[in-house]
Design a binder for this molecule. Structure first.
Ligand SMILES: [Zn+2]
Length: 388
């Protein structure tokens, strides 16, 4: 066994995770979660700085200073959870910690602290800095990524300097690529206003043009399905969740609105996606004499951290040492903070976590054994990446 791993105690990890899960820290009111993380870091002897990303909602930063000459690694997680709702009550059952936030992602944050503590206890002094950080405002729609955006600002201004980021959540694999995504709404308006339908031919009815727009989407989806998928995160996808128009049987349904999500592959940009929708809106607008307007929100560019990147290699080697097998390199359609750290923070990022199985369910739980493995992987990866 690697000597550093002897300083990782699964029982203490389980106890800390359960205690953390007992602290309610729902998005928007996650201050108590950040304070718990800060106290945990302080207990292990790390100096902590807290900074409000929004009033009463602090991010947490701890820097373990390297002796110089190495790369800096930043470990990160979010201290908020989705609403507790009807999730199973916090408890430890066998090798599992149960309760809201156990997997997503208080367990990962605890593993991150234990990784740094193990290095400290083993007397390992890294060459580069190791940053241990927690952010608020992750879970949508209540969260607007307040904490993540604030940390991105600090990274961009190099007030926090990092050469790579590992986010301590997700499956026990190196998740190194995500699709981009954005929510769009197309509003179709008639210049005639909401008047009696007897005065307006069906050919000029916004509802009829909703049909044409949906047919265009079907055509695009066919093209996306026919294109070769991204090797890690699959194919581009477009889907619709809300179609809304009309309030009376014989009143013109204007405006009519179609809202959905567009997810695109690494290599494509939101500007390109926007241009595609603009082209459709322009064409249908000219044909119909109606106004077609595309609105966008929650845009996230895709990201892909190359397989050859030192942080991927470090996690591969660490995983091999800790668990006896090289972790898989994967991608997901799911969009997370990695997209922001790469594009807004300018720092290559990957995820490596205990599991992505029960997050957001009413039976959220996390395996203590996996958390201990994560702690070991973070510690050894930091040694490899930052140098000793
Ligand atoms: Zn999460």
């Amino acid at each position: 066994m690697h000597p550093v791993l002897r300083h990782i105690d699964p029982q203490v990890i389980a106890r800390d995770t359960l205690e953390f899960v007992r602290v309610r820290s729902e998005t928007g009111d996650e201050g108590a979660g950040s304070f718990f993380l800060a106290k945990l870091l302080e207990r292990e002897g790390f100096e902590v700085r807290m900074e409000d990303a929004a009033p009463g909602r602090p991010n947490v930063y701890a820097r373990v200073a390297g002796r110089g000459g190495g790369r800096a690694l930043l470990l990160n997680g979010h201290t908020d959870t989705i609403p507790v709702g009807h999730c199973d009550a916090p408890e430890q059952e066998g090798g599992w910690v149960i309760g809201r936030g156990a997997e997503d992602m208080k367990g990962g944050l605890v593993a991150m602290v234990h990784a740094a503590a193990a290095l400290h206890r083993a007397g390992v002094r890294l060459a580069g800095d190791l940053w241990l950080t927690g952010v608020v405002g992750h879970e949508t729609p209540a969260g607007k990524k307040e904490g993540t955006r604030r940390l991105c600002e600090l990274l961009r201004r190099e007030e926090i300097r990092a050469d790579a980021i590992v986010i301590a959540e997700g499956p026990q694999a190196i998740w190194s690529a995500s699709l981009g995504s954005a929510i769009f709404t197309v509003e179709i308006r008639s210049p005639r206003g909401a008047i009696h339908t007897i005065k307006v031919p069906y050919a000029e009815n916004p509802a009829r043009w909703v049909g044409r727009l949906l047919a265009e989407f079907e055509r695009l989806e066919g093209e996306f399905a026919a294109a070769p998928p991204h090797p890690l995160c699959g194919r581009e996808q477009l889907n619709v969740g809300i179609v809304a128009a009309g309030d009376y049987p014989n009143r013109l349904p204007t405006p009519a609105a179609v809202t959905g999500t567009w997810r695109w592959r690494p290599g494509k940009t939101h500007a390109a996606v926007r241009a595609q929708l603009e082209e459709i809106c322009g064409r249908l607008g000219a044909e119909s004499g109606l106004s077609f307007e595309a609105l966008w929100q929650a845009q996230r560019e895709p990201f892909e951290t190359p397989r050859e990147h030192a942080v991927v290699r470090a996690l591969e080697r660490a995983g091999q040492t800790v668990a006896g097998r090289t972790p898989e390199v994967i991608g997901m359609a799911l969009v997370g903070d990695g997209n922001l750290f790469v594009h807004d923070g300018g720092v290559p990022s990957v995820y490596y976590g205990p599991a992505h199985e029960t997050a957001h369910s009413d039976h959220e739980r996390v395996s203590v054994e996996r958390l201990a493995e994560c702690a070991g992987v973070y510690a050894l990866a930091a040694m490899e990446f930052c140098g000793v």
